[in-house]
Design a protein around this ligand. Structure first.
Ligand code: AMP
Ligand code: GLY
Length: 429
């Protein structure tokens, strides 16, 4: 099989790393890829948001499978355009990608299909926003309807603050994405990310992972794309996973098919779990980053046929996903300043030899004019390891960080430490 992988972050390096382990994959081509992916196959400098460029590339390369990593090209209809040319694509249509690209769509969809989620109202004016917020207790949760690069959620502690945020958002703080807002009830509990694969009809659970969205230790600081992840999580044991499948994932796949927008790809449910069970915070229509890195470390199946089965409507015939019993943890090394302004081109040196069962996935790296590895993004490296328990996996990943020289970088020191301890309380299991 020849596989074309779209994207160039840590998620895509992890997908590429797993794909080339398949005896069925003879060639991996990445667009645009990164220096980590370069070691696994050819990288072509076409960006993930250059739809015409990617379509032309797909026609020239004629791959047996296209795997689309990020959400923006999916929301823009790249999977539809590629499918029209007869190529097998792992990734949802633009219609199905509305589960991520429109929070208003998703809220209405959940209401139509009885999927548990926070009570909410979709509004387009400040009056409507204020009327609804007056019926809620603080804190207030305001969400831009559309894609806002993970920044479109505001949690305001007072009504005045919430009104000021609503005003700014409706006035275009996030462009067209925030001209419609979803205002919702604040949920409490423990967050988990749960993943499932679908070919549009059949659905297969993957597993859960725990992300760490805040920049600094102890869940302080600004929200980021994710500073680290681990799997498994004690909240999502087998019983909880079955419950999530039954009340959230399966009705979504069935509902999307019934509404004429079958979902092909990976459905990522961001959940809040408390004593009443799981509630949906948001859907994403792609693998999480850095959740994907821990999933790929634990997945035992050959990934290529599994993704191709999703792309070709044959997931019912594929071997069910199987998992390494060991835990995995991923620590993100980011450029100082991230998620605000940060420098690029910062030197990095990586250890020559990696211990078995550990990987340094490239997230935002490049080679400079002299061929030296430098940073090229906010999240730079995703240092990932397996271990008997989450805490062992995390210590091995931290051990590996000790061998990486990246003076312009920073990382959280509590990935898999504090939350793993909380999970072990068994409160929700
Ligand atoms: P999202 O971009 O929808 O994942 O939201 C970003 C973060 O905001 C989530 O990971 C949660 O920590 C928080 N959040 C979103 N919605 C709610 C809610 N209804 N109640 C409490 N926290 C929320
Ligand atoms: N780590 C969260 C995300 O990928 O959206």
């Amino acid at each position: 099989m020849k596989v074309l992988l779209i994207g160039g972050g840590g998620r895509e390096h992890a997908l590429g790393w797993k794909l080339v382990q398949s005896p069925k994959v003879r060639e991996l081509v990445s667009a645009p890829g990164n220096p980590g992916l370069e070691a696994l196959g050819r990288c072509v400098p076409v960006r993930a948001n250059d739809a015409p460029g990617l379509l032309a590339l797909a026609k020239t390369e004629n791959p047996d499978l296209v795997v689309i990593g990020p959400e923006a090209p999916l929301a823009a209809g790249l999977a539809d355009d590629m499918r029209k040319t007869g190529i097998a694509v792992f990734g949802p249509s633009a219609q199905a990608a509305r589960l991520e690209s429109s929070k208003a769509f998703t809220k209405a969809f959940c209401a139509r299909h009885g999927i548990p989620t926070a009570a909410s109202r979709t509004v387009t004016s400040l009056e409507e926003a204020e009327d609804y917020m007056r019926t809620l207790a603080p804190p207030f949760v305001l969400k831009a309807d559309g894609l806002a690069a993970g920044k479109g959620v505001v949690i305001a502690s007072t009504l005045d603050e919430a009104i000021a945020s609503a005003k700014a958002m409706l006035a275009g703080q996030f462009g067209a994405a925030s001209q419609t807002l979803v205002i919702e009830e604040f949920l409490t509990g423990v967050e988990a990310s749960f993943f499932a694969l679908s070919d549009g009809q059949t659905v297969r659970p993957l597993i859960a992972a725990q992300d760490h969205k805040r920049a600094f230790d102890g869940d302080r600081g600004p929200n980021t794309g994710g500073m680290g992840a681990f799997s498994p999580t004690a909240q999502v044991n087998e019983t909880m996973a079955a419950h999530i499948m039954e009340c959230i994932i399966t009705p979504t796949i069935t509902g999307m098919a019934a509404e004429g927008a079958p979902f092909c790809g990976v459905l990522f449910a961001g959940l809040m779990i408390d004593a009443d069970g799981p509630k949906l915070i948001e859907f994403n229509v792609r693998f999480g980053d850095p959740e994907c890195q821990v999933l790929m470390m634990r997945l035992q199946n050959d990934l290529a046929p599994l993704l191709r089965a999703c792309a070709t409507g044959t997931l019912d015939q594929a071997a069910p996903p199987a998992w390494d019993e060991r835990a995995a943890a991923c620590i993100i090394m980011a450029a100082k300043g991230y998620p605000g302004a940060y420098a690029r081109g910062l030197p990095i040196s990586l250890p020559q030899d990696l211990p078995a069962d550990a990987q340094v996935f490239h997230a935002g790296t490049a080679l400079d004019a002299n061929g030296r590895l430098v940073s090229a993004g906010g999240r730079v490296l995703a240092v990932t390891a397996l271990g008997d328990a989450v805490s062992d996996a995390a210590s091995r990943a931290y051990g590996l960080i000790g061998e990486i020289n990246f003076p312009g970088g920073f990382y959280r020191r509590d990935i898999g430490v504090r939350l793993a301890a909380k999970s072990q309380s068994g409160e929700f299991s």
